[in-house]
Ligand binder design. Structure first.
Ligand SMILES: Cc1cc2nc3c(=O)[nH]c(=O)nc-3n(C[C@H](O)[C@H](O)[C@H](O)COP(=O)(O)OP(=O)(O)OC[C@H]3O[C@@H](n4cnc5c(N)ncnc54)[C@H](O)[C@@H]3O)c2cc1C
Length: 484
């Protein structure tokens, strides 16, 4: 009741955000500078990935046609696409920690269709985005098969679970509309859902066939030798501390320097520390847990009979996936399960928090009462790059048009960040015809105010409404898994 009463106030506050940003960035942006902070990847994916020797950091000066900053899905998919298309070009990839140490190596594992923040686009664009991301999953799986990469993945479908009859009915209607424009989702009523996944409050669900789950850390690590075979030079333990734009662009690292004709910002939630997109992105920490490998009996008792994963339809979304080995990975579900730290800090102190983990277990119990006593073996946190309207940003900028970027996937980046390499490769080639008109390619963004308004606004909105601060696009659109 109180929350409903407060909604007009918080909605006004959110709508004031971009205006406040306009007034306050010119002075406040200079007072608060972000620092790159890194932490270890404590995820279940790290347990299941053989250790790899760390590549040497950059020492001295190198030149490159293209220098990529960041070794996650975006960085490796871009290095792959560019070095395949132009084997003679010098491509350098710089990673501050180790490959896959960011979100790519510690996420929820859901390999999904569609793009966050694009729920309200017209039907034709929705169908186009659906086709692209579906083809993106196909291409990723084909890449794994072509190079025989040792990457655990499955594609037996994921569902969005609807937790009220009203929303389930609306989702059913949306699926029928989607089917008419060629989107092959399927509505499951509550009985059909229970046969696959006995989520306690599930009134219905939308099944998206062909989606699935992937171990992102295995993928990024397996890409490294392949990239090197294609001539890419990879440096780990090499944070870029300064970018000087020009022709060439000069990147400074603690012990070296790269002079490159063009660069790629593949740094997602960590981008602010480089001085880019400070008014467009904020890092959000998502806390996650994983159970021990569950026996078949334990999975039956839990009510997980099939499917790779699910997300629910609530604003502080819960998401879960099941590894082939039987580990349940679970994240989200409450304010406590997500954190924003003052001034865009990218390292969560202590690796996660007891409060966040208790809340995760509580949400897990709510969804699966049969899972109340499951042994938890891993607890971690990862950094998402969020935009105000949740729409990612992919494009090229700078006076010389040589600063490429793909970021702000807003928690929905497993598929798109792996597709981003193709998109950036085409933009780099000067040919954007496949991607022209997509709202997240060369799109505009909604500005977020700087500190201390950013932190205060986040606390106010989340506490008063229990929701994540988000400027919604106009209503309408079709059923899909939305993240954060
Ligand atoms: C907990 C969690 C759960 C998620 N669950 C899902 C999910 O289930 N499904 C889904 O689709 N998406 C999910 N996501 C989002 C998805 O993982 C990301 O969108 C995607 O991995 C982004 O990839 P990236 O390569 O752009 O960024 P990252 O993987 O974060 O890589 C950026 C890299 O840049 C490096 N770096 C940063 N700054 C510098 C610098 N100055 N110099 C050099 N290197 C630098 C970092 O060390 C990092 O390795 C989740 C994310 C998190 C954190």
């Amino acid at each position: 009741m109180t929350k409903t009463f407060l909604e007009p106030f918080t909605e006004r506050l959110l709508r004031a955000g971009p205006q406040l940003a306009g007034y306050s960035w010119p002075w406040a942006g200079r007072l608060w500078r972000e620092r790159l902070e890194l932490d270890d990847n404590l995820s279940i994916w790290a347990d299941q990935t053989p250790p790899a020797p760390m590549r040497a950091p950059l020492r001295g000066g190198v030149t490159a046609d293209l220098a990529i900053i960041g070794g996650g899905f975006t960085g490796t998919s871009t290095a792959y696409a560019v070095s395949r298309r132009w084997p003679e070009r010098r491509v350098v990839l710089l990673e501050a920690a180790t490959l896959g140490n960011g979100a790519s190596g510690r996420n929820g594992g859901l390999m999904l269709n569609r793009v966050n923040g694009c729920e309200t686009v017209d039907a034709e664009t929705a169908a186009q985005i659906d086709r692209l991301t579906r083809a993106g999953i196909d291409a990723l799986c084909a890449r794994i098969a072509r190079h025989a990469l040792p990457v655990d993945h499955r594609r037996d479908g994921t569902v969005t679970v609807y937790t009220s009859t009203e929303r389930a009915e609306a989702a059913h209607a949306a699926v029928e509309a989607d089917n008419r424009i060629g989107i092959p989702t399927r509505f499951l009523n509550s009985a059909e859902l229970r046969r696959q996944l006995a989520v306690e409050q599930g009134c219905g669900a939308v099944l998206d066939p062909g989606t699935g789950q992937i171990n992102g850390l295995q993928l990024v690590r397996a890409m490294a030798p392949l990239l090197e075979a294609q001539g890419v030079q990879i440096y780990e333990g090499t944070p870029v501390v300064n970018v000087q734009e020009g022709q060439p662009v000069v990147l400074t690292t603690p012990q070296g320097e790269v002079r490159a004709d063009s660069i790629v910002l593949a740094t997602n939630g960590y981008t602010g520390a480089l001085g880019y997109f400070r008014d467009a992105l904020f890092p959000l920490h998502s806390h996650v847990l994983a159970t021990a490998a569950l026996t078949v009996e334990q999975r039956q008792q839990l009510g997980w009979h099939g499917l790779a994963g699910f997300a629910d339809d609530l604003d502080r979304i819960s998401y879960a996936s099941m590894t082939d080995g039987g580990h349940l990975v679970f994240g989200g579900g409450s304010n406590q399960a997500y954190s924003y730290l003052f001034n865009n800090r990218t390292r969560y102190p202590g690796g996660t928090s007891a409060r966040a983990q208790a809340s995760l277990q509580e949400t897990l119990r709510r969804h699966f009462p049969g899972g109340a006593e499951l042994p938890i073996v891993r607890r971690w946190v990862g950094t998402l790059g969020m935009t105000f309207d949740r729409r990612p940003l992919i494009g090229v900028r700078g006076e010389r048009r040589n600063i490429y970027y793909a970021l702000g996937y807003s928690g929905h980046g497993v598929t798109l960040a792996n597709l981003a390499g193709e998109i950036l490769c085409d933009l780099y080639a000067g040919d954007d015809c496949r991607w022209r008109g997509l709202p997240f390619v060369q799109g505009r963004y909604t500005r977020i105010p700087p500190e201390p308004l950013r932190w205060a606004g986040y606390q106010l909105v989340t506490r008063l409404t229990g929701r994540s601060p988000r400027l919604h696009q106009p209503s309408g659109g079709s059923a899909q898994i939305k993240k954060w």
